[in-house]
Design a protein around this ligand. Structure first.
Ligand SMILES: CC(C)(COP(=O)(O)OP(=O)(O)OC[C@H]1O[C@@H](n2cnc3c(N)ncnc32)[C@H](O)[C@@H]1OP(=O)(O)O)[C@@H](O)C(=O)NCCC(=O)NCCS
Length: 170
C-alpha cells in the first residue's frame, strides 16, 4: 500500500512548497483564460507568508510533499471565505479537493467569529470547478466581470442548521 494523504494546518515552513504547488496547479486555469498573469501565478512568497500569518491555511501532505492546499478567513459579513484551492495534477479527481473544502469549512465554523455561510469564487470558464462546488452544496449568487475575457462567479452555501432546530421546525 502507498502512503496516505493527511490534511493539517500549514506552518510557516510550508510557504515555499505551497507556492510551488500553486504555480503548478494554476497552469490549467491560465491556459483556460489565456492569461499567465492571474493572481495565483504572480503571488510573491512574501505575500503568501503574510497570508499564512493572517488567514487559515490547510495543506494535504503525502509524506513530506505538499500535494494540496486551501485558504480561508471570515469576512465582516460573517461569511467564511474559501479560496486558492489546489491539488497536485497527479492527485486530482480522487476526492482530495472535496476533503480540503470540508476541512476548511469546519475550521472556519469552529473559530471565534460566528459563521453564517461560506463563499467562494471561480472563473466563468472553469466548469469543472463549478460542478465540484455545486456538488458540495454551493449555489451561484453573483457574477463579477473582471476583464472582457474573465468573470468571477461567486457561490455561497449556508451553514447547515443544527439537527435540533430542524426537528423543531419539521
Ligand atoms: C479544483 C481542484 C482543486 C479539484 O481537486 P480534486 O482533488 O480533483 O477534487 P475532487 O477529486 O474532490 O473533485 C473532482 C471534481 O472536481 C471537478 N473538476 C475540477 N477541475 C476539473 C477538470 N479540469 N476536469 C474535470 N473535472 C474537474 C469535477 O467536478 C470533478 O468531479 P468528477 O471527477 O466527478 O467529474 C483541482 O482540479 C485543481 O487544483 N485545479 C487547478 C486549480 C483550480 O482551479 N483551483 C480552484 C480555483 S477556484
Amino acid at each position: 500500500m502507498g502512503m496516505s494523504v493527511t490534511t493539517s494546518i500549514a506552518t510557516e515552513e510550508d510557504a515555499e512548497r505551497i507556492l510551488k504547488l500553486q504555480y503548478l496547479c494554476y497552469q490549467s486555469e491560465a491556459e483556460l483564460y489565456g492569461d499567465w498573469a492571474i493572481e495565483p501565478l504572480t503571488q510573491t512568497l512574501d505575500s503568501l507568508r503574510t497570508e499564512l500569518k493572517e488567514r487559515h491555511v490547510l495543506v494535504a501532505r503525502l509524506g513530506d510533499e505538499v500535494v494540496g492546499s486551501v485558504r480561508g478567513w471570515v469576512d465582516g459579513d460573517g461569511l467564511g471565505r474559501i479560496g486558492r484551492l489546489c491539488v497536485h495534477p497527479r492527485m486530482q479527481r480522487h476526492g482530495l479537493g472535496t476533503r480540503l473544502i470540508g476541512g476548511m469549512e469546519r475550521l472556519l465554523a469552529a473559530g471565534d467569529q460566528p459563521v453564517r455561510g461560506y463563499r467562494l469564487f471561480t472563473g466563468h470558464r472553469s466548469l469543472g470547478n463549478l460542478r465540484l462546488y455545486q456538488r458540495l452544496g454551493y449555489r451561484q449568487t453573483q457574477v463579477e466581470e473582471v476583464t472582457r475575457s474573465l468573470s468571477f462567479i461567486g457561490l455561497e452555501k449556508p451553514v447547515a442548521e443544527p439537527v435540533t432546530q430542524l426537528a423543531a421546525t419539521a
